[in-house]
Design a protein around this ligand. Structure first.
Ligand SMILES: Nc1ncnc2[nH]cnc12
Ligand SMILES: [Zn+2]
Length: 339
């Protein structure tokens, strides 16, 4: 396939995104607009100055600037605008469903009410479904650099809103904060009927992926790249059919791989792992969903069949109802039969 044929094919392929932090979709332009609207002073004067600051050598480098950027989000309207901007980009990329992460502690710790965050996001999600036909679910992430008590307090705040939350996750600084630190709060979330996911093996060792699997009994692993260092763990993930939400451009920007050509996505598929493609924090990592597919396909030489597998995995690995998954996969088959 030529570059444009590849892009056209993937754009038309129905796809879900399962790993995207809504705060990580805050583009510099919207950051300035919200800063002006809310009277927040940014340490940058121009959009170009912000983009120039997006040179990271590891996860922590990125997180420092990402938490600072989120400081412009104050009202429900801000969260709604943020969500809608993301859904418009996703729809333009041929995305039809998203399961988005949000980090309540980033906001409640600076005095923004949990309700403000979730009300705004849900308004954006509802409008996106109405106007763009994009469906979505919310995954509440606990910040793993904070303690268990803070995670429990956040789960308590979430209780009146459980009908709007599909699951809980673990994000932020991985190394030094293993999944076991959150075993009890993740179990409490599961007891409330929530799905459980966790970032693991992004920078952390295979032992953290084992903990996510054995201690948290996760429904999906977010990233999972370093699981490949352990054959036994890889075999377990294949056997369990665990979905990995892989984020190639994020891995490149945070120096998990030094060149996209070295990205393990194709290897994961060949090993039988149920990998998906995702953008993680698209405003910071230089590409939304389509760019992640296309740039990775070009770099590692994904076949048309592999692209179709990735798109199907994004629905079968989602938290949609089984009947809905079947319909979404049928839509992919219908597209592939005619393109
Ligand atoms: N890639 C990532 N890893 C961990 N925490 C995050 N929060 C936002 N993006 C993240
Ligand atoms: Zn992430």
């Amino acid at each position: 396939m030529t570059d444009t044929a590849l892009e056209t094919f993937v754009r038309g392929l129905p796809k879900a995104e399962l790993h995207m932090h809504i705060e990580g979709s805050l583009e510099p332009e919207l950051m300035f607009e919200l800063a002006a609207r809310n009277g927040v002073t940014l340490p940058f004067k121009t959009v170009d100055e912000i983009r120039a600051a997006y040179a990271f050598s590891n996860l922590q480098d990125f997180l420092d600037i990402y938490y600072q950027g989120a400081g412009v989000l104050l009202t429900a309207a801000d969260f709604k605008d943020l969500a809608l901007a993301y859904f418009r980009r996703l729809a333009a990329d041929g995305g039809t469903h998203a399961e988005i992460f949000f980090d309540p502690q980033t906001h409640t710790d600076r005095g923004v009410a949990f309700e403000t965050v979730i009300d705004g996001l849900v308004q954006g999600m509802e409008e996106a479904e109405r106007t763009l036909g994009v469906t979505s679910k919310l995954i509440l992430c606990f910040l793993r650099h904070l303690d268990e008590a803070s995670a429990f307090a956040t789960l308590e705040q979430a209780k009146p809103h459980l009908s709007r939350i599909a699951g809980v996750g673990l994000d932020s600084s991985e190394v030094g904060h293993p999944p076991a630190k959150f075993a009890r709060v993740m179990q409490a979330a599961r007891d409330l009927g929530l799905k459980v996911v966790a970032h693991a093996g992004e920078e952390g060792p295979p032992a953290y992926v084992w903990e996510a699997v054995d201690i948290l009994a996760v429904d999906r692993i977010d990233h999972g790249n370093r699981a490949l260092e352990d054959d036994c763990l890889t075999a377990r993930l294949v056997q369990d059919g665990t979905t990995l939400t892989v984020c190639p451009l994020s891995n490149l920007k945070l120096c998990g791989v030094s060149d996209l050509k070295e990205h393990p996505l194709k290897r994961m598929l060949k090993l039988g792992l149920k990998a998906t493609v995702n953008s993680d924090d698209p405003a910071y990592f230089g590409g939304y969903l389509l760019e992640n597919y296309v740039q990775t396909a070009e770099a590692v030489g994904l076949t048309r069949d592999e692209l179709v597998t990735l798109a199907k995995n994004s629905f079968t690995g989602s938290f949609l109802e089984e009947a809905e998954k079947t319909e979404r996969v049928a839509a992919i088959d219908a597209y592939v039969a005619t393109h």
